[in-house]
Each structure stands twice: as structure tokens, then as C-alpha cells.
Design a protein around this ligand. Structure first.
Ligand SMILES: [Zn+2]
Length: 141
């Protein structure tokens, strides 16, 4: 189990601050946020990042993403706006480009999906420990 940290700023500097609904409450020394050691609410941040990748690199609409992740379209819009706001602060890193050739899926010995053409892949970091590859048809150059 990971050590307890502030749910707002992820600081591990906190003090006990009473109880709420029979849970120990803590107060962050950095930002003053009060929190409990309960499971974080909402969609997993890695899935949010994956939704942003699908929207920005694969052209999946916000409506389809809201159906896929079972959230409102407004929630998907907020994920994308938050990701864009974080990008404004960082220099844009050029994606790592890989070439994939003869990419086929076989199910029960039969070809289900694939492509014999070279594909260009962009590795996109989703979090510190997860990443995704977005494959597209290779460019001429
Ligand atoms: Zn904090």
C-alpha cells in the first residue's frame, strides 16, 4: 500500500485533524487541504490520460469517449482542458517514433485484424508507469 499523501498536492507532510464520518481526517501542511485515507473518487488518472490520447491522436469524439468511460461529455471536456492547461507550462516533447511492420492479430488461428503495411507509432506517456502507442499509416518520408 502506498503511503498516505495529500489528495490535492500529493505532499506527504500532514497532521491529524479530527474525525469525519468515523474516518481519521488529516490536514496537509503544504496546502491546508483536509482529507481522509479513503479511496480516491472519480476516474483513474491513467484512464483520463488515455481518453486525452484517444481524443487528440486518434480523433475519437468527446461523445464517444463519454460513452466509453461512462461519464458525461462535460467531464471529458474538463479532462481535455486540464491536459491542455498542463501542456502550456511544459516544453513540447517530440514523440518517440517507431516503425511496425506485419502487424496482425490472430484469434483461434484465424486472421482477425491487421496490416502488412509499415505503421508509424507514437509512444505517449499516460503516467509515470504507463504508456500507450498510437499507430498510424507510415508517412512517405
Ligand atoms: Zn496538500
Amino acid at each position: 500500500m502506498s503511503p498516505l499523501s495529500c489528495k490535492k498536492c500529493c505532499s506527504q507532510s500532514y497532521v491529524k485533524s479530527g474525525h469525519i464520518r468515523s474516518h481519521q481526517r488529516y490536514k496537509c501542511k503544504e496546502c491546508g487541504c483536509q482529507f481522509t485515507a479513503t479511496k480516491p473518487r472519480g476516474v483513474n488518472p491513467a484512464l483520463k490520460s488515455f481518453a486525452v490520447v484517444l481524443y487528440s491522436h486518434c480523433g475519437v469524439s468527446m461523445g464517444n469517449l463519454s460513452k466509453l468511460f461512462k461519464v458525461s461529455t462535460v467531464a471529458v471536456l474538463k479532462w481535455i482542458r486540464n491536459a491542455a492547461a498542463q501542456l502550456e507550462d511544459k516544453p513540447i516533447k517530440k514523440p518517440d517514433i517507431i516503425m511496425v511492420d506485419e502487424f496482425w492479430h490472430f484469434v483461434n488461428g484465424k486472421t482477425k485484424f491487421g496490416c502488412g503495411e509499415p505503421l508509424t507509432g507514437y509512444s505517449v506517456p499516460l503516467s509515470d508507469t504507463a504508456w500507450a502507442i498510437v499507430l498510424m499509416p507510415a508517412c512517405e518520408n
